[in-house]
Design a protein around this ligand. Sequence first.
Ligand SMILES: [Zn+2]
Length: 326
Amino acid sequence: MVGTFGDVHGQDRAVALLLRYLDTGNVPPGLLFFGEEGVGKEMAASAFVSALFCRNRGTKGGCGTCHDCRLHASGSHPNFLRVSPEKQNILIDDIRRLQEELSLKAFSDRPRAVLIAPADKMTIQAANALLKTLEEPPPGTHLLLVAHRISRLPPTIVSRCQKISFSPLTPREVEEILAGIPEIGSRYRPEEIHGAAACSGGSPGRALEVLEEAGGEREKWVRLLSSPDPAAITETAASWKGAADLSRKIAAPLSVVRDIALLSSGTEMGIINEDLKNALRAAAGRKTPEGWGRSLKALLSMSRMPPQAQKQLMVEAFLFEFHRKG
Ligand SMILES: [Zn+2]
């Protein structure tokens, strides 16, 4: 989707900086958009490209109606190039292909923009190859790198880019953004949106994933914690096998156990899953507040496991252990 800066929420500082580059006509050849996944980096980069191409730019970026804006929106602006991983990583061949294209004359008289996303998926060889282009970019060419983890980029790349930092939003802001999306507002209940925003780490993108992933997951976890059911435990654990994104998978149990731990210690403040409160309160009696605290800790340490961890065994062990002890 190509929008304007008006579509980028909660990133006023980053947007102001980008607009300043455009207004002064001093657009750096290398720009690094970095910050938590799903907070609007790519949306901002895309709006920035529109604004670069637009012949009738306004205060919010591209006008959306001129020839260049329409070309870019349709994904076919000849001066726009995108480099993304075909499989796991961006490879040196991908960068070489880009360099070949950049060595040819541009089709249009507009600036040229290259979006590299996620740039932290470049192999070290690819990053080294890109260095040359960052050092001596062809005239009128801007490289936009989008990275979730700046620490995964070689310092030589980082130091050659102007850094645009994107910060996590407050849960409240995430909730407002989600509720403002018509198809989300109509599909999910306000409590569900509230819950997803609360465990999104300030990322609207992640909150959306949590919402989609959580369909029925929270209820399932309340049941799993309420009574020992070996068959259900085995089945749940099997669904974790090979799960690509542990932080997404663990969001539902984490929010449920966190809520029960709060309820069991006698407070209702800050409960995420308001809609499940009765079931949560019933489950709370199964353990002492300390017991729930230990379970929460165990889940938190699971959420920090490396991607190659044996997730199926981990969940199975957690649940059997949970029902064994008080
Ligand atoms: Zn335009």
